[in-house]
Ligand binder design. Sequence first.
Ligand SMILES: [Zn+2]
Length: 169
Amino acid sequence: MLAADNPLVREYFGRIIGEDGLRILETIPEEEITDEEIAKLSETKLTSVRKILYQLYESRIAEYRTERDDNTGWITYWWRFNHQNIKRMMEEEADGELARLEKNLNYEQNGEFYRCQCQRVLFEEAAEKDFWCEECEANFEYFDNSDIVKGIEQQINELKKWKRRVKRN
Ligand SMILES: [Zn+2]
């Protein structure tokens, strides 16, 4: 459901729960599960699992209910994901990323770029410096950024596709 192979998902959840957390996230099924079972499935220490689950709980990604055994007094924690919250968070994250990419695209499409050995500048800046970079002592040469533009367009397309998929789930 999470498509944990998606770079955006990895980055987003990686920020909250780290690589260990991602591994745990990938192993959690749709239905309720105990922390012990998660530890077994993800081959992670129970203490680490609990720490990560608590972080997920604080981010409102995971929820739990407790069940008390009347005979032993033992309390079991049943965990499950809040799929609605995850969906909403991922959509917000995707929208933020899309806005950033579109701003970038706009910048790349509207500028004319020049490059020396050490940096890439807009035409205006290169002209101002007589097409000579004092820092690396080289000429500013015209730079064709169509590959960069293509790359950003591709990222935008993939992100939009992914967003539609998240919505459908
Ligand atoms: Zn330079």
